[in-house]
Design a protein around this ligand. Structure first.
Ligand SMILES: C[S@@+](CC[C@H](N)C(=O)[O-])C[C@H]1O[C@@H](n2cnc3c(N)ncnc32)[C@H](O)[C@@H]1O
Length: 257
């Protein structure tokens, strides 16, 4: 599997600045000028009732992919679940750790602890768009989950299936932002189409607070996995890093606190 160049969020100063203040405005801006508002205030707040209802559905150990500032990781940790957040943004990982969560500064497409053993993978707040290639992301998540494991994804509230090049910007003007990176927006019907073709089983879809979600179960049988003699099991010991892994092949937390 090729690794999408999806780490541009990591160098997006407007994103890091917004996470520091807990405030927007912040947008994903397409080259044609179209703006997708990013809900930084909600992400930096505590998990709300809609989030908590999603977390009630989690099974086993939880990997929050693109955890952002970590409200979900923190809430799951308080509940006593083994949970790890991963994010390419150092500012996001630092925020998550400050909230008391465990987080690793790593792309979902890089080697991760516990590959093939996570009980639940979360792709919240539109994170099904990570990498701009839903098929590749679903395939990657299938390799992260245990056989029959659960994926909970938040989809776009409209029926859309879109891939574009975007950048993170702080204002509505053309001004500068972070680097350009591929992103996807998927409504539930599109997600279910991709997932169905890849052998996933839809086990739920719901709307709450104007947000839409789908729950999918991976294949029950074991799948061929990429050999990784360094894969670590999901566990509750320190996996915290506030520093990006310098080498994608390094599968260890690079700085523990
Ligand atoms: C739409 S925001 C979601 C915010 C987040 N779910 C929260 O609770 O605040 C997307 C997040 O995914 C992260 N991200 C982007 N590409 C990633 C990748 N390849 N691997 C892991 N995280 C990624 C970004 O840094 C950003 O924090």
């Amino acid at each position: 599997m090729s690794t999408p160049p999806a780490v541009a969020w990591a160098g997006a100063d407007p994103y890091a600045a917004a996470l520091r203040t807990g405030r927007g405005p912040l947008f994903l801006r397409r080259s044609d000028g179209w703006l997708l508002p990013l809900e930084v205030e909600r992400w930096c707040a505590r998990a709300d009732p809609v989030d908590r209802a999603v977390l009630d559905r989690c099974e086993g150990t939880v990997l929050d992919v693109g955890c952002g500032p970590g409200r979900l990781v923190a809430e799951l940790a308080v509940r006593g679940r083994t949970v790890l957040g991963i994010d390419v943004s150092e500012a996001a990982v630092e925020h998550t750790v400050r909230l008391g969560g465990q987080a690793l500064c790593r792309s979902v497409f890089e080697p991760l602890p516990g590959e093939g053993r996570w009980g639940t993978v979360l792709l919240m707040d539109g994170n099904i768009g990570i990498g701009g290639d839903p098929r590749a992301l679903l395939d990657r998540v299938a390799h992260l989950l245990c056989p029959g494991g659960l994926l909970i994804a938040e989809t776009a509230p409209v029926d859309v299936d879109e891939r574009s090049e975007v950048r993170v910007v702080a204002g509505t003007g053309a001004g500068t932002g972070g680097g350009v990176f591929p992103w996807a927006r998927l409504g539930t019907p599109a997600l279910l189409r991709y997932a169905g073709r890849a052998g996933w089983r839809a086990v739920g879809q719901w709307t709450a607070g104007g947000r839409r979600f789908a729950a999918l179960r991976g294949l029950p049988r074991s799948r061929p996995r990429r050999a990784s003699s360094r894969a670590e099991p999901p566990n509750s010991t320190a996996l915290i890093s506030s520093q990006r892994a310098r080498k994608p092949s390094g599968d260890r937390p690079v700085a523990e606190r």
